[in-house]
Design a protein around this ligand. Structure first.
Ligand code: RP5
Length: 166
């Protein structure tokens, strides 16, 4: 039995440097996650088993990232009613990322994938935390703190600009 609240999956080892940003954010707010490489094209049977058992293993949200003909998030969403967040990855063979963006974004009616920006795995982690935060006050409070920190960083950089005489 996994204790992971969020499942992070990706199509290839080559997606890991992007996808681990989602894991880093979840860790920073204390959300448990499981991270795995499962290809919709190269290991579809493994994907089906993993997704079908995700809810009973305690997962609340799945983040799926892939590049190229990026079917992993969509096929994942086909197998579950858990919310699926898709991360389009700009892979080695990418056509400027548009191949993965459109593959993940343009899902058919009835099978939604919440698609974040290209390579935006951190945003996927934040969104997953916000979903968990709807039912977990301590996570919601940490997300409030994160917003306060972001705001402060903007104010600090504006002050730095003024201090430099601009
Ligand atoms: C997709 O194809 C993966 O998600 C990856 O982004 C892309 C390239 O995979 P590799 O050929 O690097 O394994 O399935």
């Amino acid at each position: 039995m996994s204790s992971a609240q969020v499942g992070i999956i990706m199509g290839s080892q080559s997606d890991l440097n992007i996808m681990e940003e989602a894991a880093k954010f979840l860790k920073s707010v204390g959300i448990t996650y499981e991270i795995n490489i499962i290809s919709a094209h190269r290991a579809p049977d493994v994907l089906a088993d993993w997704v079908r058992s995700a809810r009973e293993r305690g997962m609340k949200v799945i983040i799926a990232g892939a590049g190229g003909a990026a079917h992993l998030p969509g096929v994942t969403a086909a197998f579950t009613t858990l919310p699926v967040i898709g991360v389009p990855v700009r892979s080695r063979i990418s056509i400027d990322g548009w191949d993965s963006i459109l593959s993940i974004l343009q899902m058919p009616s009835g099978v939604p994938v919440a698609t974040v920006a290209l390579d935006a795995a951190k945003n996927a982690g934040i969104l997953a935390a916000q979903i968990i935060g709807t039912a977990d006050e301590s996570i919601a409070e940490k997300l409030d703190d994160f917003k306060v920190e972001m705001r402060q960083k903007v104010l600090d950089s504006a002050k730095e600009l003024r201090d430099k005489g601009h």
